[in-house]
Design a binder for this molecule. Sequence first.
Ligand code: TRP
Ligand code: ZN
Length: 509
Amino acid sequence: MFGAMKHVAVVALVLVMAAGCGVQDETVPTTSAGPVETAAATSVPTPATTATTSLPPTTTITTRAPTGDGPLNAIEDGIGDPYYPELGNSGYDVAHYTLDLVFDPESDILTGNVTIDAVATSDLHTFNLDFIGFEIEEVLVDASIADFARTEEELTIRPGTVIPQGESFDVSVFYSGTPQPLASAAISFGVGWSTSPSGQRYVVAEPDGARSWYPANDHPLDKATYTFLVTVPDPLFAAANGTLTDMVTDLGQTTFVWEMADPMAPYLATVVIGDYTLVVDEVSTDLAGVPVRNVLPPDLRDAVPDAVLRQGEMIDFFAELFGPYPFDAYGIAVVDGFPAALETQTMVVFGRPLLNELVIVHELAHQWFGNHVSPGRWQDIWLNEGFASYAEWLWIEASLGIEGVAVGITQERDRFVGSGLAPPGSPPPDDLFNASVYRIGAMTLHALRLSVGDEAFFDTLRTYVARFGGGTATTDDFIAVAEEVSGQDLDALFEAWLFGDDVPEFPVG
Ligand code: TRP
Ligand code: ZN
């Protein structure tokens, strides 16, 4: 699968180089779809699964267990995602997460106090959080001690009294342990809290790894705002999503406070810890109209790569095409060894081996497609990856013109004929980020553009972002916007590209 992608990527690289765009990196640029095979083969540590309470873990499904003294059985009611039924929970809606985390790299122990402000959407006798591993010391609901029980994946909490539908409540979970990546249901390498070869710590949790480091309603359908308080020993630096609002040093430790003021899907939360400097890029900040700041190791701080310094220009470019940049800040945090990048909201975790212009463009485009508008179901992942991949073509178009794109994308399409890959609208649940989702997903948008024309196409993208920004959308939502804006019936086009057995021909533009 990566063979096909590499092939394709080389075309894009050649095109860009022909235009003198300054891609100097020898790394395959087109995708950040996870590590290459060698890295993917690294062993994924299995999650700690020990239940840490004396209550018996069980798989019994008891949706409305009455409160009282009876045994507390973990309930397993996900939020209803057909691909990953165990993800997310029902019965409440999270408004805000406060992640108060103390990390000691020496012992490798993370001590967490996570407080979740939520609203009950039904009468809650019990409710679930997604959480794997760690020892839980205590759970409080509205400051009172609550009973809890665990299975492998669910933390079930029983407040002292029933929380009536419509009421706000808060739940605090106190826990500690050694965080480790989790075997993902969707991707062939571990997701969640990770350690780089040089000892940096970073979190990359798409799609199902948020629950490996904090208790969450782990599905994009429940977005929330976040506060991070990350305490690490001096002189380490800790980054997270959003804006650094405070730094408090005491007794050889510093607490870094980060605020994510816009709604964020749980998988996009990150923390990056290491020997880092927060470097503000003034030129990019001016061009972008929001602070552009990068979290860089010493050698890159002293020589910021050219492509990284073009992020302001890129934000300006995409704001024109997609609508205003949706968040308060932007930048990347560079980690060693990691042969991938993840679009963690406003603070992209960027593996050094992939640090090149087209991947920088790709992760930036995810801020609109994936982060501001998030997938309503994981099956709809082409709404993230197809769009971010098409953004690479748009960036290429700025230098090579539409003719260059037409040649490149047609050659690529021809190579995908008969590939046997699942169509992008229904990717395999255990290989969610396959090449089809990225590359045929991008071609789907190109086919739409050829059918409806540039004006309706870009109007569709902007309308879609404006309408679903801050929330989620599905494939059907996107198709409905495209039909509304163009006034055309596009069912046949989307059916063929997203669900057909083989790659269709591009429409004649
Ligand atoms: N969304 C990533 C991209 O930009 C791919 C990805 C999915 C990923 N899950 C990941 C990368 C976990 C790193 C870790 O294409
Ligand atoms: Zn992507």
